[in-house]
Design a protein around this ligand. Structure first.
Ligand SMILES: Cc1cc2nc3c(=O)[nH]c(=O)nc-3n(C[C@H](O)[C@H](O)[C@H](O)COP(=O)(O)O)c2cc1C
Length: 214
């Protein structure tokens, strides 16, 4: 097994280090964040740092790279207070990946990559029509991570759209049924294989597979 230490890591080529360190902690979520500017210009970008923050209240967060260049998603969220989170599936993966390209401010990534804007139930931020799980969020707060200049953005979940057939009776969503992608590193993608759900972990019992939440 290879062992390296901090000194070695610090001396790595920066691209190599980014690829390497970014894949260390395993599979990540793979979502598109949809926003629009105060003028109504739509924007879309892929993010692999979307994370569950809490379910009561329902909150999620994502990590934004340092504000050393224009960051349209963040600028739009500050202007409108709204964003959508749209799960990436295998059938539109390439188009989702392409939203990472730095298009001019006035160009909509929706048009540039060939994904469709969708507006639902009066919510002013654009959803991705192709996405099967869509979440409408309002901005709650952001925190500067002093260690590296990244920003943790926190949003409150206001709307959720999902296909009925993927939900178990206890609320769980079986994401493999709609080919939800996972992200690896900065540019790798995987279609995870669902192995099942395990019983609630207790000191006195061994875990066993449960069906449909029962
Ligand atoms: C797979 C993948 C995951 C990404 N995840 C993030 C992320 O979590 N945070 C981030 O700031 N940028 C991330 N990016 C880069 C953004 O997609 C890219 O900077 C994009 O241009 C941002 O668009 P915006 O300026 O419209 O906000 C990721 C790119 C790829 C390809």
């Amino acid at each position: 097994m290879t062992h390296i230490d901090l000194e070695y890591i610090n001396n790595l080529d920066s691209r190599f280090r980014a690829n390497f360190i970014n894949s260390l902690t395993g599979y990540k979520s793979c979502n598109l964040i949809g926003t629009c500017s105060a003028k109504g210009e739509a924007n879309l970008a892929i993010f692999s740092s979307l994370m569950h923050i809490g379910s009561s209240p329902a909150l999620l967060g994502f990590v934004l790279r340092p504000l050393t260049v224009r960051r349209d998603t963040f600028e739009n969220i500050k202007q409108t207070g709204l964003f959508t989170v749209n799960q990436v599936a295998s059938d539109f993966l390439e188009r989702a990946h392409q939203t990472a390209a730095k298009y001019p401010l006035e160009d909509s990534e929706f048009k540039a990559v060939g994904l469709n804007e969708q507006y639902l139930d009066g919510f002013k931020a654009p959803y991705v029509a192709e996405s099967q799980i869509k979440i409408g969020c309002s901005y709650k707060n952001h925190y500067l991570l002093e260690e590296n200049g990244c920003i943790l953005v926190i949003g409150a979940v206001e709307h959720i759209y999902f296909p009925d057939h993927i939900q178990h009776t206890d609320g769980f969503l079986e994401l493999d049924k709609i080919n939800t992608m996972a992200a690896m590193g900065q540019d790798g993608y995987a279609l995870p294989k669902f192995l099942g759900r395990l019983s609630y972990a207790r000191p006195e019992s061994k875990p066993h597979f449960i069906k449909n939440g029962a």
